[in-house]
Design a protein around this ligand. Structure first.
Ligand code: CO
Length: 135
């Protein structure tokens, strides 16, 4: 597997609208994308630093994994995302290494990326997302 860099840091928030001015106006990051991922029950709001992005995450509904995270841990860093060149190859290697995955089949995340999540149990406590960009 080849990691190409940090794609983004995902931050769980109670309200994107409330916190967006900090990222947009104070840090003056370039707001590149806002998307509702219905399947995951989440709204994503993405800012590009030029070297890795910040992804704000707000829940839709109580079944959302973000809802559960906020309830358990409160607002804060939710996951780290690394870009990989080939996600299928990454999954095969992770399974061979007995790494615990949240999903074994890549799903479509924000920005049309193919994504897979690695369970915090296998990473030292942080949910790790691997993403392959659309070709
Ligand atoms: Co993400």
């Amino acid at each position: 597997m080849k990691i190409l860099g940090i794609e983004h840091i995902g931050i769980a928030t109670e309200s994107i609208d409330k916190i967006a001015p900090f990222w947009k106006q104070v840090l003056k990051l370039n707001h590149t994308h806002r998307e509702t991922v219905d399947k995951e029950g989440v709204i994503t709001d993405i800012y590009d630093t030029g070297r890795g992005k910040v992804e704000l995450l707000e829940k839709i509904g109580q079944e959302s994994s973000i809802a559960k995270f906020l309830e358990k841990r409160g607002q804060g860093i939710h996951h780290l995302c690394f870009e990989v060149d080939n996600i299928e190859e990454a999954i095969t290697e992770l399974k061979q290494a007995k790494i615990r995955l949240v999903n074994e089949i890549p799903t479509k995340g924000a920005e049309q990326n193919l994504v897979v999540f690695i369970h915090p149990e296998s990473t030292g406590g942080v949910l790790v997302e691997l993403a392959q960009k659309p070709k």
